[in-house]
Design a protein around this ligand. Structure first.
Ligand code: FAD
Length: 621
C-alpha cells in the first residue's frame, strides 16, 4: 500500500480498536483499522470469557449503543451464567465463557459487513505531525497513512516485555512482537508514561485432565444474553470443571518464589489487584489453605483448557510441579506456560472526557494503553474514542457519557480525574448511581442517545420501540389497577389495613410480592408477557430508591455546569497546596464537578477555586 487516506485511522485490532473502528464507521467516517496481523482481529489475550460483575454492564451499554462486543459474545458463548443471580438486579453480572475461535470470527465478520470500514495489516511506527496536530502515521515498511483523526489502541504492546521466571524477552503478548518505535515517539510527545504489568496462567491439554476429580459447573438453563438483539445462545453450551489448590501446591510455590519474575525482583511495576497471580495469593492470603480454580475449555473444538485463578510468572518447571499437585491435574500437560507482561501505559489524566489527548490535536487513546485491564473496559473506551474521532474528523460535536448515565461514563471519568496507580477494572461498587445504572436497562438509558447520533440499525430501532411500547402499556395497566387493603388481603397478600387503596405498581415494589400474586386480584395483568413483567418488577422495586437518588444526580449536574475556563492559572490561586496545584495544572478539569473528584481535593480548595472564578469573571465583565 503506497498511500491511504481516511477520516479516522484506528491503530490496533484488539477489543478497543475493533469497537472504535466499528463506532467510527457507523458514525459515517471513512475508517481504516490498522493492526499487526489480520488474523489477530479480536484476539482474547487472556481468559476466553466476556462479562462478569460490572464488566457485563459495560457490554450491555456497548450493545445499547449499537456496538459489537455483545453480539460477538452471544455468537461465541459456550457457557452463559448470570453472576450474583441471588442478589439485587442492580449488581447482577451477565458473563459467558467464549469459544476463542468463534469470538474472533464473529468480530471479523461484523467488521467485514460494516460499510465505510477497511482493515489493513501493518505496524504503525511513527505519527506524522504538523505542529501539535496528528495527521496520520508512517508504517514500519515506510508507507504512510493520512487521516484527520487517529485512535491509538495498542494494548499491552508498547515496549511489552514478557517474563517467565528469570527469562525475559520483548513481546506484545506471547507469539507477538512488541511495539517499540511508536512507544519511543509517544514518550517524547506525552508526559506521564508509566509501566504496568499483568499475567496469564499456563494453558493445559484438555485430555490430560482427570475431569472425574473435578466438580462440574453447568451453564444457566435460562441464559441472560448480552445483546438486546439476541434471544438465545447460538452454539452448544458446555460445563467447566472446578478444582482447588492445596497445601502442597502452596509449598511448591512458596519454595520457589525467588524464581518468580514478580517475586525475584525482575518486575517492579504494579499488576491488577483484583486479578492476583497465584504467587500473590499464596503470599498475601497465608491463612487460606486452598484457592478455587475454574477449568474453562477454550472452545467447542479446542484441546486447550484455561485454568482460571492460577496466573503466574514462575519458571516452566515450577509451573509443571505446582499444576500437577492439584486434584484432577496430576498428569496435566502444559501446552503453553503462564507468563507476566510489563508494558507502557499513558496516564489517562492527560485525556478529556471524549478520550482525546488534551495537548495533541487529532489523537484519541483507548483500552489497556490508558491503564485499564480487561476486554470490556477496552471496548467501552474504544466506542467513545471511535465516535469522537469520527465526530472530530467530520466536524460534529464531541460526546461523552456522564456518571449518572452509564458505567462507561463512570469508567472514563474515574480514569481522567483520578488517573491509575494499578490496572483499573470495573466493579459495580465504582458506580454511585448503580441502582439506576443496571444491566437490564442499558438500552433505555442509551439507545435513544445512539439513535439521535445515527448509530443504530433499523432492526435495533424497531426492536427497542416495540419493547418500550409494551413497557408503557404495562406501566399504564399497573398504575390503573388498584384495590382496597381488604380486597388485596382477600387474595392472601399480607398488607397494612389502613384503608388506603394501592395500585398493582405499588404492591410490586415490595420484594416479596411477585407478579403472579397480583393476577388473581387484577386478571387483566395476564396479558403482560414474561419479559415485560421482569422489567416492570425490577423498575417497581427500585422506583423509590431512584427517586431518592435524584437529588444527588441534580447536585452532580449542577457542579458539572460550573465551567472552569481555560484562563485559570492554578499557581495564581493563593492557599492551594503545591501538590494540588500541580495536579490541577496537569488535569485542567473542565468543571467544578470534575475538580471535586480529583484525588486529594478538599472542600476548602474548591472554595478557593470558586472565589477565584468569581473574581476573574467580575474583572473580565
Ligand atoms: P489488545 O487486545 O492488546 O490489542 C492491541 C492490538 O494492537 C493488537 O491487535 C495488536 O496487534 C495491535 N498493535 C499493537 N501495536 C501496534 C502497532 N504499532 N501497529 C499496529 N497495530 C498494533 N485482562 C483481564 O481482564 N484480566 C486478566 O487477567 C488479564 N490478563 C492478561 C494477561 C496477559 C498476558 C495479557 C497480554 C493481557 C491480559 N489481560 C487481562 C488484558 C486484556 O487482554 C486486555 O485488557 C485487552 O485485550 C485490552 O484490549 P486492547 O484493545 O486495549 O488491547
Amino acid at each position: 500500500m503506497k498511500h491511504q487516506d481516511a477520516d479516522v485511522l484506528v491503530i490496533g485490532g484488539g477489543h478497543a480498536g475493533c469497537e472504535a473502528a466499528y463506532a467510527a464507521a457507523r458514525a459515517g467516517a471513512k475508517t481504516l483499522l490498522l493492526t499487526l496481523k489480520l488474523s489477530d482481529i479480536g484476539v482474547m489475550s487472556c481468559n476466553p470469557a466476556i462479562g462478569g460483575l460490572g464488566k457485563g454492564h459495560l457490554v450491555r451499554e456497548i450493545d445499547a449503543m449499537g456496538g459489537l462486543m455483545g453480539l460477538a459474545a452471544d455468537h461465541s458463548g459456550i457457557q452463559f451464567r448470570l453472576l450474583n443471580r441471588r442478589k439485587g438486579p442492580a449488581v447482577r453480572g451477565p458473563r459467558t465463557q467464549s469459544d476463542r475461535v468463534l469470538y474472533r470470527r464473529a468480530v471479523a465478520e461484523i467488521l467485514a459487513s460494516q460499510g465505510n470500514l477497511r482493515v489493513v495489516e501493518g505496524e504503525a511506527a511513527a505519527f506524522s505531525r504538523e505542529g501539535d496536530e496528528i495527521r496520520g502515521v508512517r508504517l514500519a515498511n515506510g508507507a504512510e497513512i493520512n487521516a484527520s483523526a487517529v485512535v491509538l489502541t495498542t494494548g499491552t504492546f508498547l515496549r511489552g516485555t514478557i517474563h517467565i521466571g528469570m527469562q525475559s524477552h520483548a513481546g506484545g503478548r506471547i507469539g507477538d512482537p512488541a511495539s517499540h518505535m511508536l512507544a519511543d515517539q509517544l514518550r517524547e510527545m506525552v508526559s506521564g508514561i508509566g509501566r504496568l504489568k499483568t499475567g496469564t496462567p499456563p494453558r493445559l491439554r484438555k485430555d490430560s485432565i482427570d475431569w472425574n476429580k473435578t466438580e462440574l459447573q453447568q451453564a444457566d438453563t435460562n441464559p441472560a444474553m448480552f445483546s438486546y438483539l439476541s434471544d438465545r445462545p447460538c452454539v452448544e453450551q458446555i460445563a467447566c470443571g472446578i478444582t482447588h489448590t492445596n497445601e502442597k501446591t502452596h509449598e511448591i510455590i512458596g519454595n520457589n518464589l525467588a524464581r518468580s519474575a514478580m517475586y525475584g525482583g525482575k518486575i517492579q511495576s504494579v499488576g491488577p489487584r483484583y486479578c492476583p497471580s497465584i504467587e500473590d495469593k499464596v503470599t498475601r492470603f497465608q491463612d487460606k489453605a486452598s484457592h478455587q480454580i475454574f477449568l474453562e475449555p477454550e472452545g467447542l473444538t479446542s484441546d486447550l483448557v484455561y485454568p482460571n485463578g492460577i496466573s503466574t510468572s514462575l519458571p516452566t518447571d515450577v509451573q509443571v510441579s505446582y499444576v500437577r499437585s492439584i486434584a484432577g491435574l496430576e498428569n496435566a500437560v502444559i501446552a503453553q506456560p503462564g507468563y507476566a507482561i510489563e508494558y507502557d501505559f499513558v496516564d489517562p489524566q492527560v485525556l478529556d472526557h471524549g478520550l482525546r489527548l488534551k495537548d495533541v490535536r487529532g489523537l484519541f487513546l483507548a483500552g489497556q494503553i490508558n491503564g485499564t485491564t480487561g476486554y470490556e473496559e477496552a471496548a467501552a473506551q474504544g466506542l467513545i474514542a471511535g465516535l469522537n474521532a469520527a465526530f472530530a474528523a467530520t466536524g460534529r460535536q464531541a460526546i461523552s457519557l456522564a456518571r449518572n448515565e452509564a458505567y462507561i461514563g463512570v469508567l472514563i471519568d474515574d480514569l481522567i480525574t483520578r488517573g491509575v496507580s494499578e490496572p483499573y477494572r470495573m466493579f459495580t461498587s465504582r458506580a454511585e448511581f448503580r441502582l439506576s445504572l443496571r444491566a437490564d436497562n442499558a438500552d433505555q438509558r442509551l439507545t435513544p442517545k445512539a439513535q439521535e447520533l445515527g448509530l443504530i440499525t433499523e432492526e435495533r430501532r424497531a426492536k427497542f420501540s416495540a419493547k418500550m411500547a409494551l413497557l408503557e402499556q404495562g406501566h399504564a395497566l399497573l398504575r390503573s389497577s388498584d384495590a382496597t387493603p381488604s380486597e388485596i388481603a382477600a387474595h392472601g397478600i399480607d398488607i397494612n389495613q389502613d384503608g388506603r387503596r394501592r395500585t398493582a405498581e405499588a404492591l410490586l415494589s415490595f420484594p416479596n410480592i411477585v407478579f403472579e400474586k397480583l393476577e388473581p386480584i387484577w386478571p387483566a395483568l395476564q396479558v403482560i408477557d414474561p419479559g415485560t413483567r421482569d422489567q416492570l418488577t425490577i423498575e417497581a422495586l427500585y422506583a423509590h430508591y431512584i427517586w431518592r437518588q435524584q437529588k444527588d444526580v441534580e447536585s452532580l449536574q449542577k457542579d458539572e455546569r460550573l465551567v472552569i475556563p481555560d484562563w485559570v492559572i492554578y499557581s495564581e490561586i493563593g492557599g492551594l497546596s503545591a501538590e494540588l496545584t500541580i495536579k490541577l495544572e496537569r488535569v485542567r478539569p473542565p468543571s467544578i464537578g470534575h475538580a471535586a473528584r480529583i484525588d486529594g481535593m478538599t472542600p476548602a480548595a474548591l472554595t478557593l477555586i470558586l472565589a477565584h472564578l468569581r473574581r476573574g469573571t467580575r474583572e473580565s465583565a
